[in-house]
Design a protein around this ligand. Structure first.
Ligand code: PMP
Length: 365
């Protein structure tokens, strides 16, 4: 394997900001009481309320949540944003620009695609999970190179071959961003996601996640090295120019993170994965092949949009809410039902879904 110098040269970028007097850092407040605030052992009169995180909006609780998320993901630091979408839009253009190359899996989420476009970098796309094509793109990529994938794909429920992708990105000196929106909370030790489950989390440069799925609230995070997070604090526009998430939200997210990491989280994970396996078995009985899993997303690919709409409507009539996913969210001709199982379903409820599906998937008559 070749030795690579830091192609992003983040140290130099941070030094330049310092030299120009443009360096920004977060200064957490401990207490807000009307117009007085407490931090760093003293009190101030606040003339900067209702602000973004950098102006006056960082509370100790935000910093605690970010430290806990970094610890959870095994990185030096983490930064929270108002949504997972905002994480992508802020992070990718902060790191990549004209002359660089972003290589995305064809099925990457819209937020990753839009962020790549916004960055001005050259965009290359490889067919879903196609390692040979990814390698060919890596061989010809110019500038700084970022590979972007999801770990569990949102509309297919299948997994990226992260071990192989990590090996490839290291061989070509690229960085890797993994969106674990659909894996965190559900997979891996303590629910840390698929990269952790496969033992390659330390090789992932940028861990992206949402706080709206397994966490059940809203927000998103990017976990990475301290340097990357410092650069994002200074460069990620969706972070800098957006009001801080409410302190109560950060507080609640911290409690949920403890739950996810603990025994209760283990029990919920066991339930949701057993429900996924049960659903997979029921689907296979009616001739529907599911991705090998393990994931809580199980698609039933039906083909043309009108057919998928019709089956979804028939299931709705029967009392089952299963969304119909169509173009442009998925490719034309691959409209589908997207089943997501929960830890809270009962085995009997899943059986009833199996019966309903069997009946409604049959043609009219
Ligand atoms: N990435 C993936 C893979 C997603 O499915 C979603 C949500 N649909 C997001 C990112 C965006 O997250 P959020 O809803 O927090 O903006």
């Amino acid at each position: 394997m070749q030795e690579h110098t830091d192609p992003w040269d983040i140290t130099a970028q941070l030094d330049e900001l310092r030299t120009q007097g443009l360096w920004r850092e977060l200064r957490p407040l401990n207490e807000l009481n009307g117009v007085t605030v407490r931090a760093e052992g003293r009190e101030w009169l606040n003339f900067s309320s209702s602000a973004s995180r950098l102006v006056c909006g960082t509370h100790r609780v935000h910093a605690d949540l970010e430290e806990a998320l970094a610890d959870f993901k095994g990185t030096e630091a983490a930064l929270t944003f108002s949504s997972g979408f905002a994480v992508a839009l802020g992070t990718i253009p902060a790191l990549m620009g004209a002359g660089d190359t972003i290589i995305l899996d064809k099925l990457c989420h819209a937020s990753l695609v839009d962020a790549a476009r916004l960055s001005g970098a050259t965009i290359r796309v490889f067919p879903h999970n196609h390692l040979e094509k990814l390698e060919r793109l890596l061989q010809t990529a110019q500038g700084r190179v970022l590979v972007v994938t999801e770990s569990i794909f949102s509309m297919d429920g299948d997994a990226a071959p992260l071990r192989e992708i990590v090996e490839l990105k290291a061989r070509y000196g690229a960085w890797l961003l993994v969106d674990e929106a659909h894996a965190v909370g559900v997979l891996g030790p303590q629910g840390r996601g698929l990269a952790a489950a496969l033992g390659v989390d330390q090789q992932v440069d940028l861990h992206l996640g949402t706080l709206s799925k397994a966490f059940g609230l809203s927000g998103g995070y990017l976990a990475a090295s301290r340097q990357v997070i410092d650069l994002l604090i200074n460069r990620a526009r969706s972070f800098i120019y957006s009001t801080a998430p409410p302190v109560h939200l950060a507080h609640a997210l911290g409690s949920i993170l403890n739950l996810i990491r603990g025994e209760k989280g283990d029990a919920l994970r066991a339930h949701v994965l057993s429900h996924a396996a049960q659903t997979q078995a029921l689907l296979s009985e009616i001739g529907v092949t599911s991705p090998p899993g393990p994931a809580a997303i199980l698609p039933v690919i039906l083909g043309e949009a009108p057919r998928a709409l019709e089956v979804s409507a028939r299931l709705r009539e029967a009392g089952f809410l299963i969304p119909c996913i169509r173009y442009p969210t998925v490719a034309r001709g691959s409209a589908r039902l997207r089943i997501t199982v929960s830890a809270l379903h009962s085995a009997a409820q899943i059986d009833s879904l199996g019966i309903a599906l069997r009946e409604r998937l049959e043609p009219h008559g």
